[in-house]
Design a protein around this ligand. Structure first.
Ligand SMILES: [Zn+2]
Length: 258
């Protein structure tokens, strides 16, 4: 007669260790899957928004892309333009072609705004200081590179540095970047910001270093004028001067990667 058999301690330990091993194999894979999903959502949002900019240019504005600068006389100086702000008239024009205006910001940059006392529910938003100085402009969770006055955006510190072209109309070359994930560094604020950081989330650190160049996961999506969107690791990106508002004109206060 067969004896009813129970698990031995050894068998139980083997089962437990196999489960632990499986978990340790699967968890990083799940984390990577989440990062990949976020990149894909971001790319889809960038595609929708660049297409909305194109629709705006065709229907409303004589092929001219939405204006991405502050729109005062001083914005004729490239240093006074900002790439993560867009004029409210342009924002409203683009919004007509989007079902949900929240796609205008990378899903990972929500947390960034939550750090800000001017954060309001929903994205993007008009910062109170913009209203105070009567420059109604929306802040994006992306850098918007279209429609700036300066076609060739110079670097005031290093004239030999890579310049970037701001596309101003639809007939400009389709390979020009139109909207890109925010990856920037400010010596004034001593802050580094990366939309897709090493753990897949937005990173904003209080010190300057060379962010994640060893980490292949760190980078951002780059949306081109032709509507295509390309993921780039930070090691493949170039630094561009995108703002020179702070300090004197020779300082290199905020620059973006794409
Ligand atoms: Zn993104």
């Amino acid at each position: 007669m067969a004896k009813k058999r129970a698990f031995t301690l050894i068998e139980l330990l083997v089962v437990v260790s196999i489960i632990a091993l499986l978990v340790s194999i699967l968890l990083p894979a799940l984390g990577k899957a989440r990062q990949s999903a976020k990149k894909a959502v971001c790319a889809s949002q960038l595609h929708q928004t660049t297409q909305a900019c194109t629709a705006y240019a065709i229907a409303l504005n004589n092929d001219k892309l939405p204006q991405g600068t502050m729109g005062t006389s001083s914005s004729n100086t490239p240093g006074w333009s900002q790439t993560n702000y867009i004029m409210d008239i342009a924002f409203n024009g683009i919004a007509k072609y989007l079902e949900d205006t929240r796609v205008m910001s990378c899903i990972n940059t929500e947390k960034w705004y939550a750090y800000d006392s001017e954060y309001i529910d929903g994205r993007p938003f008009i910062p109170s200081w913009c209203l105070a100085v009567n420059w109604p402009a929306y802040i994006f969770g992306y850098n918007y590179l279209g429609g700036h006055f300066a076609k060739q955006w110079p670097d005031p510190v290093d004239p030999e540095a890579v310049k970037w072209d701001s596309p101003s109309k639809l007939s400009d070359p389709g390979y020009l970047p139109l909207m890109v994930d925010i990856i920037s560094q400010s010596t004034y604020y001593t802050k580094t910001s990366i939309a897709h950081g090493s753990r897949g989330d937005f990173i904003s650190t209080n010190y300057i270093d060379s962010p994640g160049e060893q980490d292949i996961q760190v980078g951002g999506n780059v949306g081109l004028l032709d509507g295509s969107v390309h993921w780039k690791n930070i090691s493949e990106m170039e630094k561009h001067n995108i703002l020179n508002q702070f300090g004197d004109i020779t300082s290199r206060d905020l620059f973006g990667w794409w």
